[in-house]
Write a protein that binds this ligand. Structure first.
Ligand code: AOF
Ligand code: ZN
Length: 365
């Protein structure tokens, strides 16, 4: 019981790093002796000191119990191995929620602790920790970024009315929540049509996230977005670097890139093959994975979201639903593109929050 309480606290602490640690995991640690919490730590941002080292650095006591949400590392990376400090501080027992699937750790951390006479327990609350760190676990296990599809719809699943007007679709409260959702991800993705029609900034409004770096990924199959158009996506490149993907059937002549006038050499512009649903999404995810982008929030439009559905390349769906019925044959339905998916999408976990004006549905596969 006591173990569970402190382990839960370690997992809760890990969440303080939400949005800043990727592609590394969120990790929390708690040091306890004789039923008293001596210190805590969490991984604040990518490249910073690890959670368990942060907690142990602050104390001199020996014979403690260390609670960590993830198996400690045992490698020299950006920081020295955490197993070293656990041994040095003569920790008596280590309780871990999840073993680390990272091939440079993968059970070796636990082995080293045991070989040094430290009692090790692991596996309790593994599901909870994996759920919170689903981006990290998906990266390592599927070798691609975590993909979340997000859309705003009416109760009857319409994206827009017949005039293609969707601006009014979700009210301000839901729109603000939807905007801040971007902070949980490494990148947001949309299509060139949305960029041309809405000229979105694709940034995070809330000042709380002014230090958060977020990549903007634009699927521009025909290379139609020109820098001269002064679209908002060409601004604020430092905090929000913009990457473009174009079909390799299009000659590499019309440069969109921010840094150079030659699209061919641009580190921001990629040319990929086509698939039956548009640009080859597998190739795009491969490029982004190599660029260390570990999670993507796909914000539409409808065609793009449906391409990911058809290709079965997604891990989560988030629907912002207004309590309105749009009706009409000419209004645009969200799930109305492409062929029927051969099997319905089932979710292993779902969550629904109700607001005055609507609902947020979050389903993980
Ligand atoms: C973290 N924070 O609190 C723990 C991690 O890139 P490095 O050198 O910082 O190492 C990252 C790996 O270390 C990470 O993928 C995971 O396997 C392990 N543990 N990482 O960023 C932490 N405990
Ligand atoms: Zn470590």
């Amino acid at each position: 019981m006591e173990d569970l309480k402190y382990l839960k606290l370690a997992i809760k602490l890990s969440r303080k790093g939400l949005g800043f640690t990727e592609p590394n995991p969120m990790v929390g640690a708690v040091v306890v002796k004789n039923g008293k919490i001596l210190s805590t730590g969490y991984h604040k941002k990518f490249g910073d000191i690890h959670a368990e080292r942060m907690a142990l650095d602050k104390i001199d006591e020996t014979g403690t119990t260390l609670y960590i949400s993830l198996e400690p590392c045992c490698h020299f990376g950006k920081t020295p191995p955490c197993t070293d400090i656990i041994i040095k501080k003569k920790v008596k027992k280590v309780v871990i929620a999840s073993p680390d699937p990272n091939p440079i750790v993968e059970g070796k951390g636990i082995k080293i602790l045991k070989a040094n006479g430290i009692e090790v327990l692991y596996g309790q609350l593994d599901d909870l920790n994996r759920d919170y760190n689903s981006h990290y676990f998906t990266n390592i296990e599927k070798k691609r970024p975590y993909v979340c599809l997000r859309a705003g719809v009416s109760i009857d699943g319409k994206l827009t009315d017949k005039n293609r007007d969707s601006k009014w679709m979700t009210n301000k409260q839901l729109r603000d929540i939807s905007n801040e959702l971007r902070s949980e991800f490494s990148a947001i993705m949309t299509g060139s049509k949305t960029v041309i029609e809405d000229n979105p900034k694709l940034t995070i409004k809330n000042d709380k996230w002014k230090d958060k770096k977020l990549a903007r990924i634009i699927l521009d199959s025909k290379n139609s977005l020109k820098k001269e158009t002064n679209l908002n996506i060409f601004n604020e490149q430092e905090q929000y670097p913009t990457y473009f993907f174009t079909s390799n059937l299009i000659p590499e002549v019309a440069p969109n890139d921010i840094s150079s006038s030659n699209a061919k050499n641009s580190p921001y512009h990629f040319y990929v093959n086509n698939s039956s649903y548009g640009l080859n999404l597998n190739e795009i995810l491969e490029v982004l994975y190599e660029k260390n982008i570990s999670s993507i929030l796909v914000e539409g439009g409808g065609k793009l979201i449906n391409s990911f559905l058809q290709e079965k390349l997604f891990d989560e769906v988030i629907l912002f639903t207004d309590k309105k019925i749009i009706g009409g044959k000419e209004s645009v339905e969200l799930f109305n593109y492409g062929t029927e998916i051969s099997q319905p999408v089932n979710f292993s976990s779902t969550n629904i929050i109700e607001f005055d004006s609507g609902y947020i549905f979050r389903g993980k596969k």
